[in-house]
Design a protein around this ligand. Structure first.
Ligand code: ITT
Ligand code: MG
Length: 204
């Protein structure tokens, strides 16, 4: 049995401004007030697992325990088929410079590796999003969404965040970086996982 969410306040267990924006827009229609882990001064736990679900659990349970409130985390990334699904769980790590994150550099690295392999077009990829809703008593629910498409180069568009400028979803001419937020929400990995969360926990 999936546990229902009956509260009116949720901690968003993420320190990524782009995700916070998207998750707040998805949660808003349900009349649930969102506070981010950063607003509460919570630390960023280390993501030591090798799966999206494992890392999503670490982040949500940490925030739920520390805040005493239900917490929703998001672990996500881009899997590139010709790179054996890298960077995948390590998408944020590929952008890490020591002084912050450099996503243009990480996207260029993906492109360079694809060129070195002479990977044939289209260069298939998918965005994956795993959401974990955890309660302070230790219970959790996990939901996964994905969207298929291709990696394109050069980068296109200023919208969104992270790897959006090099990901073109199937059936569309624009990259996620060129789409407005509502268009991305209509098809994204995050939106799919969120629909499952709503069906299971908000309405179920
Ligand atoms: O862990 P939190 O604090 O939530 O923030 P993070 O940025 O570290 O997030 P992840 O550990 O889940 O790393 C996933 C990375 O994958 C990328 N990513 C995930 N969803 C994306 C999306 O919708 N569009 C573009 N890039 C995305 C983005 O660059 C993220 O930094
Ligand atoms: Mg992270």
């Amino acid at each position: 049995m999936v546990r229902r969410f009956t509260g009116d306040r949720l901690v968003i267990a993420s320190h990524n401004a782009g995700k916070l924006r998207e998750i707040a827009a998805l949660v808003e229609p349900f009349g649930v007030a969102c506070t981010s882990a950063g607003d509460l001064g919570l630390a960023e736990p280390e993501e030591t697992e090798s799966t999206f679900a494992g890392n999503a659990r670490i982040k949500a349970h940490f925030a739920a325990r520390e805040s005493g409130l239900p917490a929703l985390s998001d672990d996500s990334g881009i899997e590139v088929e010709a790179l054996d699904n890298a960077p995948g769980v390590y998408t944020a790590d590929w952008a890490e410079t020591g002084n912050g994150r450099d996503f243009p550099m990480a996207m260029e690295k993906v492109w360079r590796l694809l060129e070195e392999k002479a990977a044939p077009e289209p260069r298939r990829a998918r965005f994956v999003c795993t959401l974990c809703l955890a309660w302070p008593d230790g219970h959790d629910e996990i939901f996964r969404g994905q969207v298929s498409g291709r990696v394109v180069w050069p980068m296109r568009g200023e919208q969104g965040f992270g790897f959006d400028p090099v990901f073109q979803p199937d059936g569309h001419a624009e990259t996620f970086g060129e789409m407005d937020p509502a268009q991305k929400h209509a098809m994204s990995h995050r939106a799919e996982a969120f629909r499952l969360l709503v069906d299971g926990c908000f309405r179920g």
